[in-house]
Design a protein. Sequence first.
Length: 411
Amino acid sequence: MATKIFDNILRRLEDIQKIEKLSDKEIELLSIPKRISKDELNIDGKKILAWRILFSDALGPGKGGIRFHPNVSEDEVKSLSFWMMIKNSLVDLPYGGAKGGVKFNPKEVDSETLQEISRKFVDGFFNVLGQDIDIPAPDVYTNSQIMAWMLDEYEKKVGHHEPGMITGKPLELQGCSLRDDATAKGAFIVIKEVVKDLIGEQKKELTFAIQGFGNAGQNIARMLNESGFKVVAVSDSKGGVHDEKGLDIKGLSKVKNEKKEVSADFNGRKVSNEELLELKVDVLVLAALENQITKENVDRIQSEYIIEIANGPITYDADKILFNKGVKIIPDILVNAGGVVASYFEWTQNRTGNILDEKYLEGLFESKMISSWKKVFSFFQEKQERIDLRTLSYILAIKKILSAERLRGNL
Ligand code: NAD
């Protein structure tokens, strides 16, 4: 049987217990979700499994997206809710961690069914959702339209307006314009800091390979390209393209959006997904799925730096091997936090009724991403680079959660 994602998390917690000398009670508090809600959505006589998991609410209400995907499982939703707990704490948001998932293939249903599933999700879980309880958002294969249906169903159920119960909404329903490409924007801000602090400005001709050419991957490729970095390879689930001189990202985006396949019209060198990961580039950006670098392919990875935009793209074992080889991995919980930071702005606007100036929010967004990176980086320097950036990020986040639990009298 394949290793569960949550088993990797437990192994990381064991490491942190040793480093920080945490008690068994503290580890238990960090290993068991506060609430697992599960339902079977009845769609045309067929039962579809759905979960909403609140991992922790020590720092505030739960916060985390809802994923529609045929491979959704309780193990995956639980792991994603754990990562949300860590991420929200690390970037100092007043949230606990949560996540939702519905196990079906959204590409195989029409819009009417998609709406029905979205509404039934809320019917099943509205008791555990709310602006002060647990606040969902989009994730893989869910979008602003789905958030709009969910909001509408929730408000029908509870009988009052409550836009702050969900984020990632369309602008007309009190969404926030920053949200669309916030994940890539946040990742780009972190990358620029990493180049300055870790790589060094002297390396002007940095080369990047990007796995995943969807929302996050395309946006980050565009941002890197526009600011003069060299993106030499990109791939999607059907394969990738490679040009050492640098790729025409705009042109590739056009092809991807028209033909759903980034390599469709490419005349140069095509590469498989495996080959893309193994290219000799300075920076590898992972923006596709979980478990992409494992014990099987880790020895063939040649990049010196890895940026994780996807959640959990490197397994526990591969992570250790890469660290011992000197590869610097900038972890998902920091790199992809831009999405939830923009969601936080949306939620505060919804709650107060104030509409904040976009320029002001952009400044706030940038300073939050930079200060989060600086916090992790200075801890890394303090530890003389002997502990990896992911473990240090976990430690910073966990200390705060445990302190909140102690103050509440739960420890
Ligand atoms: P998306 O569905 O828009 O894009 C995913 C891309 O990955 C697609 O181009 C797909 O073809 C490609 N892909 C799938 N399998 C692949 C493989 N084996 N090799 C190469 N490419 C492959 O999703 P997204 O919103 O861009 O999210 C990407 C990752 O970032 C996910 O792990 C998601 O959880 C994470 N993330 C996204 C956000 C966000 O706001 N978009 C926020 C936080 C984290």
